[in-house]
Design a protein around this ligand. Structure first.
Ligand SMILES: CC(C)(COP(=O)(O)OP(=O)(O)OC[C@H]1O[C@@H](n2cnc3c(N)ncnc32)[C@H](O)[C@@H]1OP(=O)(O)O)[C@@H](O)C(=O)NCCC(=O)NCCS
Length: 179
């Protein structure tokens, strides 16, 4: 016999009443409070310039993804894009497709807002399936010393990104937390 049908996961923009659940889930998924602190600081300082999405399953926030402004300095030109992260799914809901859905919906929002590129510092086994490639292939470097394959980029506006290379910088909130 079939059990009760589980509601599908809904991906939507964060709302004010989600804030403490987002903090809790980031702390739990990462096993430390650093990423939750970054999310709080970006929310406070970036406002509408950041995009924060939650995955909700049966009225519970089970996943979260943040996009915040980044810049690539290319000679005397600065190209603005978005950085994906932190992103997290509650441990008991991991490996059920929620993280992938958050990336897909988030990237589609970025595409819709004419963002030329998204960078991510993350698992090199996970992000290439969404079109991310090592940023070093395009001569785009991370401001921190990280393994080459972990720093990736997804190009959304090829013409705007033509010939763009250089140092990619996240918001200072990321360095403040990692310092
Ligand atoms: C990484 C994370 C957000 C993925 O979310 P998810 O809902 O589990 O992802 P999905 O079910 O859509 O996809 C599963 C894929 O995620 C990747 N993944 C999940 N956990 C991983 C881990 N601990 N290390 C490396 N890759 C991992 C794998 O590639 C996996 O694919 P596979 O099942 O084919 O091996 C989630 O596991 C998480 O919150 N981890 C802890 C926090 C974290 O590391 N966040 C940083 C992300 S860069």
């Amino acid at each position: 016999m079939e059990g009760p049908k589980q509601d599908p996961t809904v991906i939507r923009r964060e709302q004010l009443h989600d804030v403490s659940a987002i903090r809790k889930l980031n702390t739990e998924a990462f096993g430390q409070a650093e990423e939750a602190g970054i999310v709080d600081s970006i929310r406070k300082n970036c406002g509408e310039d950041a995009v924060s999405l939650v995955a909700v399953l049966e009225d519970q926030v089970v996943g979260h993804i943040l996009f915040s402004p980044v810049r690539v300095e290319c000679g005397d030109r600065v190209v603005h894009g978005m950085g994906l992260g932190p992103m997290a799914v509650l441990p008991e809901h991991q490996r059920t497709g929620i993280g992938s859905e958050l990336v897909r919906v988030g990237v589609s929002e970025m595409r819709g807002s004419c963002c030329p590129f998204v960078i991510v510092l993350g698992h090199p086994q996970f992000y290439p399936r969404f079109g991310f490639e090592p940023a070093s292939r395009r001569g785009i470097r991370c401001e921190w010393e990280v393994p080459d394959e972990a720093f990736m980029i997804l190009i959304l506006e090829a013409t705007e990104m033509d010939g763009v290379s250089g140092l990619a910088r996240y918001r200072s909130e990321f360095s403040a937390e990692t310092a």
